[in-house]
Design a protein around this ligand. Structure first.
Ligand code: A2P
Length: 257
């Protein structure tokens, strides 16, 4: 059996000059846990050109969704950004990744901290009813340079709040905090500063960070991940993985460089 499925593109949306998302068909045999990633890409010159991509769709959805950056000279995304409905993309049959609830110790409040396309695995997680069963509150933070880069997340959260089945529990438990660093917006600043100054929790009318109740998932740029890793470790939080659950887990956003 091939390690790669061929899936058909169902719809593409361009959010900014640098961000787009698309949905595809999903092989019924492709299983994953919300928050995981797989290899995805295109056939180029007769060979698969694949990169790691988090599924932005939840594990119960019939279609797959991906949220991607566009890198003008990126080997994959320079081509991937041109896909249209009906095109074929390649999707690896095996999903993996650390951003899964079982890698965290039990807790009451889940912080999902992302920058840029690091939002993708959390788009999956906030669509999964399982997360609302495990936690009393979920705080989704998305940090970007510009306001327009928030639009995918803003629209997703707004649509989930209207969702027939999920809407009620989401409105009770999900707190969304978009933040921008390089132009005016109602929330400003880097996630690191928003946490250390308590601005994030004050702004949401939530109690301060507490190792007893808080569990954290991080996905974003390498420097953001490193700074947050240090910050949480200084506060006694331990990093979890498949063999030992901890207070926080990390995945880098899979950006072409
Ligand atoms: P800033 O504009 O102050 O650099 P990028 O596009 O470079 O991946 O950044 C996405 C978002 O992450 C930006 O808002 C950026 O803020 C922020 N960011 C970059 N590095 C860090 C870091 N070390 N800690 C926290 N936030 C960061």
């Amino acid at each position: 059996m091939s390690a790669i499925n061929k899936e058909q593109v169902l719809a593409v949306r361009h959010w900014t000059d640098t961000l787009f998302s698309f949905t595809t068909t999903r092989d019924p045999g492709f299983r994953f846990t919300s928050g995981q990633f797989t290899m995805m890409g295109l056939e180029v010159n007769g060979r698969p050109l694949l990169r790691a991509y988090s599924m932005a769709s939840a594990n119960h959805e019939e279609t797959l969704e991906f949220f991607s950056i566009k890198v003008p000279d990126g080997p994959l995304t320079s081509k991937l950004q041109k896909i249209t409905e009906g095109d074929i993309v390649l999707v690896g049959r095996k999903a993996t990744g650390t951003l899964i609830a079982d890698n965290l110790l039990p807790g009451k409040r889940l912080l999902l901290l992302s920058t840029g396309t690091g939002l993708a695995p959390f788009a999956s997680i906030i669509k999964d009813p399982d997360v609302y069963e495990r936690y009393e509150k979920i705080i989704l933070v998305h940090g970007c340079r510009q306001v327009a880069e928030l639009s995918y997340g803003e629209e997703l959260v707004a649509s989930l709040r209207q969702h027939e089945f999920l809407g009620e529990i989401l409105n009770e438990k999900l707190l969304y905090y978009p933040t921008v660093t390089r132009e005016p917006f109602r929330n400003r600043g880097r996630i690191t500063d928003l946490i250390s100054s308590n601005t994030l929790f004050d702004g949401l009318d939530q109690p301060a960070l507490d190792i007893e109740t808080d569990r954290v998932m991080l996905c974003g740029s390498p420097s953001m991940l490193e700074d947050l890793r240090v910050m949480f470790q200084e506060r006694g939080f331990q990093e979890g993985n498949h063999s030992e659950p901890g207070h926080f887990v990390i995945e880098k956003a899979f950006v072409e460089r």
